[in-house]
Design a protein around this ligand. Structure first.
Ligand SMILES: [Cu+2]
Length: 376
C-alpha cells in the first residue's frame, strides 16, 4: 500500500508538479489525531471494503457469465419473466448490508454530536475574513487572521508563494487548546456562512449567522493542526485559515495567564516614531482593511472606494478618525481598534508608498478621541 502511495505521489509530482501528492493522505482520507477522526476513518475503510467486495462479486459474476455463456459457445438466452426466489434474495441481501453499515455509521454520528460533559467551551465566530475565538470559561478573546507574509504574497504578488512556509495555512494568532480535554465548540457567524474545518479533528462545521452549531474534540497529542474555512460562496473564504495548537495542560495554563495579562493590559499610548507607526499601521491594515481596499489602496471599482488619492484619507485627521470609529452602512466601525492601532493605521494610509499617499505626517495615539468606548 505504501509503495502504491509513493508511486502515486511521484506520478503527481512529475506530471502535474503537485508536491501535495507527497503528503500521506494523497490516496485516502487522513486518519487525523482524535478518536472521532480515527472512528470516521475506520468507518470509511469498512464501507469502502464492503463496496469493493460487492463490486468484485457483482462485476465478477457479470463478466464470468458473459464470457462463459457466450453465443459462440452455443449458449442461448433464457426466456423467463419474474423469479420470486431471486427477487427475494436480491431485496433481502442489500437490506442486510445496509443495516449492517447503518449500525457503525449511526454510532459514529452519535459520538460526533455528543457534546455532553465537555470540560471547556470555545465560541468560534466567522467574520469576513477571519475567525474570532472566545474562550467562554477563561475570558480569553482574540481574532485570528491570515499571517502577514501569506497576505502580502497572495495580494501583492511580490513574494513567491513557494518561499512562504505553510502558505495560506498560517495565522497571526492560533487557537490554543489543552490536550486530553473534552472541548466544546459553538459556531456562529457575524456576516455570511463560513465553515470551520481542521481535517485532523475529523469534522467540519458551518458557522451560520443567527444560528449556533456545536461540535467537540479531545486531542490526545500535542501538535500543530492546520485547517481552513471551506465555505465556497464568497470572495475570501480561502484566506481565513485555522491553526490549532494543542499543548499540555501546564503549558496551556501558562498561555492563558500570559494571554489574559496582555489582553487586559492598557495599550501603550506613548508617542511613536514615524517608522514604528508605519510598521504597526501596515500590520493593522493587512488584518482589517486590505480585503476591501486592496494592498495598493486602489479599492475595487464600484464596490470598495480607493484610499489612493482619497480626500477623505488625506484631508482632515479628526473627521477621518470619527469616520473610522463610526463606520457606515457599507463599512464596519473600527472602534474595536485600540487608540495606538488606529493612530498607526491612519498614519499608514496617509503616508504609505504602497497605498500611494504622502501627506508627510504622523498621527500619535494621543490624537485619537474616542467616539465609542474601546472596552467591549
Ligand atoms: Cu469563511
Amino acid at each position: 500500500m505504501k509503495k502504491i502511495k509513493q508511486l502515486f505521489a511521484g506520478a503527481m509530482l512529475t506530471t502535474f508538479g503537485l508536491p501535495i501528492a507527497q503528503a500521506d493522505y494523497a490516496l485516502n482520507l487522513m486518519e487525523g489525531v482524535t478518536k472521532v477522526s480515527n472512528d470516521i476513518y475506520d468507518l470509511h475503510m469498512l464501507i469502502l471494503w464492503i463496496c469493493v467486495f460487492i463490486g468484485i462479486a457483482v462485476f465478477g459474476t457479470i463478466f464470468y457469465s458473459i464470457y462463459h455463456h457466450r453465443k459462440s459457445k452455443g449458449h442461448e438466452a433464457a426466456h423467463f419473466h419474474e423469479h420470486t426466489t431471486v427477487e427475494i434474495i436480491w431485496t433481502i441481501i442489500p437490506t442486510i448490508i445496509l443495516v449492517a453499515m447503518a449500525i457503525p455509521a449511526t454510532k459514529t454520528m452519535l459520538e460526533l454530536d455528543d457534546v455532553q460533559e465537555s470540560e471547556m467551551s470555545i465560541k468560534v465566530t466567522g467574520k469576513q475574513w477571519y475567525w474570532d475565538y472566545q474562550y467562554l470559561d477563561s475570558g480569553v478573546h482574540f481574532e485570528s487572521h491570515l499571517d502577514e507574509i501569506s497576505e502580502k504574497s497572495h495580494r501583492g504578488h511580490t513574494i513567491d508563494p513557494h518561499t512562504v512556509p505553510n502558505y495560506l495555512l498560517s495565522v497571526d494568532r492560533p487557537l490554543v487548546i489543552p490536550i486530553n480535554k473534552k472541548i466544546r465548540f459553538v459556531f456562529t457567524s457575524a456576516d455570511v456562512i463560513h465553515s470551520w474545518w481542521v481535517p485532523d479533528l475529523g469534522w467540519k462545521k458551518d458557522a451560520n449567522p443567527g444560528f449556533i452549531n456545536e461540535a467537540w474534540t479531545s486531542v490526545p497529542t500535542p501538535g500543530v493542526y492546520r485547517g481552513q474555512c471551506t465555505e465556497l460562496c464568497g470572495r475570501d473564504h480561502g484566506f481565513m485559515p485555522i491553526v490549532v495548537i494543542a499543548m499540555n495542560q501546564g503549558d496551556y495554563d501558562n498561555w492563558v495567564k500570559t494571554t489574559l495579562e496582555k489582553q487586559n493590559a492598557k495599550p501603550d499610548l506613548s508617542d511613536q516614531s514615524h517608522e514604528q507607526l508605519m510598521a504597526n499601521g501596515s500590520s493593522v491594515y493587512l488584518k482589517n482593511c486590505v480585503a476591501c481596499h486592496q494592498i495598493d489602496g486602489k479599492g475595487v471599482v464600484g464596490n470598495y472606494p480607493a484610499l489612493r488619492g482619497s480626500a477623505k484619507v488625506t484631508g482632515g485627521v479628526d473627521p477621518l478618525i470619527g469616520f473610522l470609529q463610526a463606520g457606515t452602512s457599507k463599512m464596519p466601525s473600527f472602534a474595536k481598534l485600540k487608540d495606538n492601532e488606529l493612530a498607526a493605521v491612519i498614519t499608514y494610509i496617509r503616508n504609505s508608498p504602497d497605498i500611494g499617499n504622502k501627506v508627510g505626517d504622523e498621527i500619535q495615539p494621543k490624537a485619537i478621541t474616542p467616539v465609542y468606548d474601546d472596552d467591549e
